[in-house]
Design a protein around this ligand. Structure first.
Ligand code: SF4
Ligand code: FE
Length: 492
């Protein structure tokens, strides 16, 4: 099996027995569920674009393990150019979906686990790197989606894992057998978990010796015995359940997805274990995964930003204000902010360097600066988009009103006629098109897609403070003090 088509990917999900719950009930046909399907279509785009000759160089790569053509989402970066292409690919996908396309968490997990397992084996003589390589070849050959699962529920944040009242607040090894381990716990806010074929679990933070049962990394199928997921709500999500929902969704085709993934005593065979107690490497795996995912945001959020800027420009045109200098200036500001984010994504990639096993890492300081900016600029970009769009974005009647045949006017006008009359803007657009662009902006600024563009920009890949700690560590204040002393003539 080589590269899958989008249709083959969707079909492959139907063959899984993944246990998914939503609104307190088991969802048997989750592939076709109207609240889940847009997120599946979004991941499917990572397959569709890889089939397109135009995007082949960006979307595919040559496996350094097998020499075969693989989807870049399953690739181990071999050079700064690979790192740059990753960011460009993510911008492209953001442009095509205006959503979180979810597959990057797996790619970032592959790259973090690949290099970390090499260094664990080097120190302890374990066999994790070989285990991981075999697993990765299977993933590449079958073009699979893998959820990179890091964030534990964490319980009381002031306590380390072993001090928690409930030991399940962090995924841990409950039992060791000659053939493997039994794991228990959960991973929270897991992007793309339901539509992934497999999961790679990693520790969520640095660990000490007392927490060594929590220093665990492994792969397991999404439909493993004992594993289940509870689907996360999004703002305005039930609009997707409305009959013939279209315009009111803002983005009918695509969306993101998060879920709580529960490991209720799941058996992991030895061959799928990548860390089991080597607590001194938990921090390295976390730092690398977070670093790669902080780089990722310099691509994906920028692509979504491109669509928002386009939508704001259209909203201005449809309102007849596109020539106003204030509007032009706002669009310039949005572009400036968006390209600054992209510059950070490209910069941390171009300064990438090899790890001990030969795969390439981003520049950690620049990747953290990238993500820190992501916690701010998208908020400013949507603020400006809302400013340009105007209040109608959130006060407009529903699609059903616009389509209603109910007569309400003295002259026989329907509710639809009244809405179309009073919500018309510039002649260059129909009232429906004006409504479509405003609903799109509503969706991305406040609706279900705001999860991916706003809150995820804040907390995904680590909340702002996590990047500030890394910036402090990597910022070399001592070196900078020395520069100042040398120039100022301070000898001591
Ligand atoms: Fe990929 Fe961005 Fe979604 Fe993370 S937030 S999975 S980088 S699209
Ligand atoms: Fe994310």
């Amino acid at each position: 099996m080589g590269l899958k088509t989008a249709a083959q990917y969707i079909q492959s999900l139907r063959e899984l027995n993944t246990r998914v719950y939503m609104f307190g009930e088991k969802i048997d046909n989750w592939v076709d569920h109207p609240m889940i399907r847009p997120s599946i279509s979004c991941v499917a785009m990572t397959y569709a674009l890889a089939q397109d000759e135009k995007y082949k160089d960006l979307m595919t790569a040559t496996s350094h393990l097998t020499g075969k053509r693989i989807n870049r989402f399953t690739h181990i970066h071999q050079s700064p150019e690979d790192l740059i292409n990753k960011v460009k690919m993510q911008r492209l996908l953001g442009q095509k979906t205006a959503s979180c396309f979810q597959r990057c968490v797996g790619m970032d997990a592959f790259n973090a686990v690949y290099s970390t397992t090499y260094e664990i084996d080097e120190k302890y003589g374990t066999n994790y790197h070989e285990n991981f390589k075999k697993f990765l070849i299977y993933v590449q050959d079958n073009d699979l989606v893998v959820d990179g699962a890091m964030t534990d529920p964490k319980g009381d944040r002031s306590k380390p894992p072993h001090m928690q009242n409930d030991e399940d607040m962090f995924v841990h090894i409950k039992e060791r057998t000659p053939d493997g381990i039994i794991v228990r716990g959960a991973k929270a806010h897991q992007t793309g978990s339901v539509n992934s074929h497999w999961h790679i679990v990693m520790p969520t933070q640095s660990m000490r010796e007392e927490d060594k049962d929590y220093a665990v990394s492994f792969a397991c199928p999404s439909d493993a015995e004992g594993l289940f997921m509870i689907y996360g709500r999004q703002s305005c999500d039930t609009r997707k359940l409305e009959t013939k929902a279209d315009i009111d969704l803002g983005n009918k085709k695509f969306g993101g997805q998060e879920a709580l993934v529960v490991f209720d005593d799941v058996f992991i065979p030895n061959e799928y274990i990548f860390m089991a107690g080597e607590y001194d490497f938990a921090g390295m795996m976390v730092e690398r995964f977070a670093g790669f995912h902080r780089q990722s945001y310099g691509g994906c959020k920028v692509g979504v930003g491109d669509v928002i800027i386009g939508a704001a420009a259209l909203a201005a045109e449809y309102n007849g204000v596109e020539k106003a200098s204030a509007v032009k200036d706002k669009l310039i500001e949005m572009t400036h902010l968006n390209e600054t984010l992209y510059s950070c994504g490209i910069a941390c990639s171009s300064q990438g360097c090899p790890t001990k096993c030969g795969s390439y890492m981003i520049d950690l300081l620049l990747a953290n600066v990238c993500k820190q900016n992501i916690t701010r600029y998208p908020y400013e970009i949507v603020r400006l988009a809302e400013d340009i769009a105007g209040g109608l974005m959130v006060t407009m009647p529903s699609e059903r009103d616009f389509k209603s045949e109910t007569v309400v006017g003295r002259n026989g006008e329907t509710i639809g006629d009244i809405c179309s009359k009073y919500f018309a803007g510039s002649e260059i657009a129909t009232t429906e098109d004006r409504m479509r662009i405003l609903r799109f902006l509503e969706n991305i600024c406040l609706g279900s897609s705001a999860v991916g563009y706003r809150t995820e920009s804040m907390h995904g890949a680590g909340s702002p403070q996590a990047q500030r700690i890394m910036i402090q560590r990597q910022g070399d204040i001592q070196g900078k003090k020395k520069l100042a002393k040398d120039i100022a003539g301070i000898i001591k």
